[in-house]
Design a protein around this ligand. Structure first.
Ligand code: DCP
Ligand code: MG
Ligand code: MG
Length: 615
């Protein structure tokens, strides 16, 4: 018998979760724009790296995160498109998300990065389970709308749709007691297949899909059959009481390298590997797309002598990791994950724009760059935080009554107001006496209330940008870098944070653009910049945060430290990291200090060498 602390955590089996991961996402976005690209080998370039390539290119030996020069050598006919500007990916991601979300009843649809979506379809599955004719499962109808019983599709509920783990296609034995979980997974798999086909026929995108009972398992099982396919993790999900304790969940998760488990990022995996091996694992620095040479499997960790939630807590806990990390990770390596699929948000939590620089050390250049970043920030605020007015008849009538002409009414309205403007930089550490330079990922930041003029939709983008730079960003920059010179920045980030939903504003003014404009100054008065000096104070962590009587600094500022690389913004969507206790590291996406290309940490050594050779 296992000692009590090794007891396996309890699995929640009530939910059906579908995970979508679009195939070669960036490349697919270009293909959707220009369909003739589909038949050609296509690579998307950021700096000197192939960030992704289509499957035609992969068939010819290319892979993600390869150096452009290698890609050209291996496949001289490769078509290369530039993917530095993320706008098209962001827009496509939002469009596809909206498409998938339309299938949901409970709005539990969550985006992870640009190219992944989780959906909790438990309610749809439960509803359709209720209408099944158990004596004739093969002629079932999946209803997609509670209000319209004809809206749906015919399917065979006795079979799973697509692949399974383990790889078996056994028919449901209808004579035996039907396993309720299995039937729910069948329904989930058919819904997933239907959505996949719709996504393809209506939007032109394909994806790899996983179906299981939690986020962790659905994400992992979805990558078993890639691309353009789906996999369902079959029961049993619980060990047989008289058996050896191995169920499909354990046998599935056991075979994964520990660092491949979503939620176990680079730092945690490193500590766990060293603990299990009793020494640091050998790293193969020659592999650009490799990881550790020695694999430590989940099974090795799970079965390691003395392994338990408590052991993991001792090993991984401490400053910078959330309390209970041991229990969390112990759960993950046992296939348990009770995190909910987030409710769909109309607006992002924050908008942040950044760029990295090889050398940025004069105020003149900084001003130029701040201007570029400010333009992008304002454009993004308009794209993500405003919506077109559709149903504004009532407002128009009100406006007419108030003497405003309908033609003057702006066609957009704000969905949310970011209360805080944040400027962050990453100063480059000074050179060592031998001319080398330490790699630094430390960011410093300052915040101030967002000036209310940015919400004026009638003002030109140019004018708004000028004011934002001269009245807010330059003063913030001076606070951040009081010295006239001597600094050299490798990164600048501007962000709109502390989002307040316009619908939640007093009296719901945000929903009504015409009233909002009239009341804008009233509503936003409280956040007016009084002068930077009034608003700054030193936060306990040594960085400078906004502090004023109204804007509560609820947001945790992500400041890097020497050993915690700040993650690249390239992955795009907000909150796209999933690692416990390493919020700043995506585990697989870091930026090169020299050129700004993003790549997994293990690829950096090879990438550095490339810089060295290119010098
Ligand atoms: N991406 C990036 N930098 C990275 C990793 C990814 O810019 N270090 C971008 C390019 C990808 C997108 O994010 O298209 C999604 O990343 P995935 O790892 O899911 O890769 P793909 O969707 O491209 O390919 P796959 O078909 O393997 O899912
Ligand atoms: Mg992905
Ligand atoms: Mg993908």
């Amino acid at each position: 018998m296992n000692p009590p602390q090794r007891k396996r955590p309890k699995r929640q089996l009530d939910s059906i979760i579908i995970h979508f991961d679009y195939d070669c996402f960036y490349a697919s976005v270009f293909e959707a724009e220009t369909p003739t690209l589909r038949s050609l080998p296509l690579a998307v370039q950021q700096k000197q790296i192939v960030v992704t390539c289509n499957y035609e290119a992969r068939r010819r030996g290319l892979h993600k995160l390869q150096l452009i020069k290698d890609a050209k050598r291996i496949c001289p006919e490769i078509v290369i498109v530039l993917g530095e500007d993320l706008t098209r990916f962001r827009n496509a991601s939002k469009e596809l998300y909206a498409f998938l979300k339309a299938f949901s009843w409970n709005s539990k649809v969550e985006r992870l990065g640009f190219d992944e979506v989780f959906m909790d379809v438990s309610d749809l599955v439960e509803y359709n389970l209720g209408t099944l004719n158990r004596t004739n499962l093969s002629e079932s109808f999946f209803c997609l709308s509670k209000n319209d019983p004809t809206n749906g599709f015919a399917f065979d509920a006795s079979q799973v749709a697509g692949h399974t783990y383990p790889d078996s296609q056994d028919k449901l034995c209808l004579d035996a007691e039907v396993d309720a979980l299995r039937l729910r997974l069948h329904l989930g798999s058919h819904l997933a297949e239907h959505m996949r086909h719709q996504l393809h026929s209506q939007k032109g995108y394909t994806c790899a899909v996983g179906v299981s009972t939690n986020k962790l398992l659905s994400k992992l099982v979805g990558s078993v059959h890639k691309p353009n396919d789906q996999t369902t993790l079959l029961p049993p999900y619980l060990p047989h009481p008289d058996g050896d304790g191995i169920d499909n969940v354990i046998s599935f998760i056991d075979s994964h390298e520990i660092g491949k488990v979503p939620g176990i990022g680079f730092k945690l995996a490193k500590k766990i590997r060293a603990h299990v091996l009793g020494r640091p694992p050998e790293i193969d620095t020659n592999l650009v797309y490799g990881e550790t040479k020695e694999h430590v499997l989940v099974a090795d960790v799970r079965k390691h002598v003395g392994m338990s939630a408590e052991t993991l807590e001792k090993l991984l806990g401490g400053p910078g990791t959330p309390h209970g990390i041991g229990l969390k990770i112990w759960g993950l390596i046992n296939g348990c994950d009770d995190t909910e699929v987030g409710q769909a948000r109309e607006v992002p939590k924050q908008i942040s724009i950044e760029d990295s620089y090889i050398r940025l050390d004069t105020l003149e250049e900084v001003t130029k760059e701040l201007r570029l970043l400010a333009v992008s920030l304002l454009k993004r605020m308009h794209a993500d935080l405003t919506e077109d007015e559709e149903d504004q008849v009532q407002n128009r009538l009100e406006d007419d009554a108030l003497g405003a002409s309908a033609t003057e009414i702006n066609k957009k309205r704000w969905l949310a107001f970011p209360k805080t403007l944040r400027l962050s930089t990453r100063p480059r550490p000074p050179q060592n006496p031998d001319g080398s330079r330490n790699r630094s990922f430390a960011r410093i930041s300052r915040s101030a209330p967002m000036p209310n003029f940015v919400f004026n939709l009638k003002e030109s983008l140019d004018a708004l940008t000028d004011r934002l730079v001269s009245e807010s960003l330059i003063p913030l920059f001076r606070k951040l870098h009081p010295e006239k010179s001597g600094w050299n920045l490798s990164l600048v980030n501007v962000a709109a944070t502390n989002m307040v939903d316009a619908a939640n504003e007093k009296g719901g003014v945000g929903r009504d653009i015409s009233k909002m404009f009239r009341r804008q100054d009233d509503v936003l008065k409280q956040w007016k910049v009084k002068g930077p000096d009034d608003l700054m104070e030193r936060a306990p962590n040594g960085n400078v945060e906004a502090s004023n009587e109204v804007a509560t600094p609820t947001e945790t500022h992500r400041n890097g430290s020497e050993d915690v690389p700040t993650r690249s913004q390239d992955r795009g969507a907000d909150g796209d990291t999933w690692e416990y206790g390493e919020e700043d590291s995506l585990g697989d996406s870091f930026r090169c200090d020299e050129c700004g290309a993003s790549m997994p940490l293990f690829a950096m050594a090879a990438h550095d060498r490339w810089h060295f050779e290119a010098r």
